[in-house]
Design a protein around this ligand. Structure first.
Ligand SMILES: [Zn+2]
Length: 130
């Protein structure tokens, strides 16, 4: 289950969008909708923040919108806490880039700053190892 961060140009918020599968993400009619204002004018900020293996049924909780209730997208430290909690749930090494992103978030850096500092995160590079 890929999770991507987007900037919504309609409500000017940063939002996280869960995709049910990579095939959903790649299908041509998969237009991301802002969960706050339902706008479609979204720009992806970070490629593949994390991937959750959908076959693990115990991870169903992660797809529950309630799981995101404590997540303040505009508070990097809140996002970092959430990402750490999620990485423990998936029991999977999400790679040094994931750790670095979380560390930077905990330092209070914005995803935009992190993306600028870690250009490898941008674009579709994350899709190549699938
Ligand atoms: Zn919006």
């Amino acid at each position: 289950m890929p999770i991507y961060e987007y900037r919504c140009h309609d409500c000017k918020r940063r939002v996280s969008i869960f995709w049910r599968s990579f095939s959903d993400l790649e299908s041509t009619d998969a237009t991301p909708h802002c969960p706050r204002c339902n706008g479609t004018n979204l720009t992806r900020l970070i490629s593949r923040v994390a991937v959750v293996r959908s076959e693990d049924s115990h991870l169903d909780d992660l797809t529950d919108p309630g799981m995101l209730s404590g997540l303040e997208e505009d508070d990097p430290k809140s996002v970092a806490r959430w990402m750490r909690r999620m990485s423990r749930e998936v029991d999977e090494d999400l790679g040094p880039e994931f750790d670095e992103v979380v560390d930077r978030l905990e330092m209070g850096e914005s995803p935009e700053d992190i993306e600028a500092a870690m250009p490898d995160l941008a674009g579709d590079a994350g899709m190549q190892d699938l």
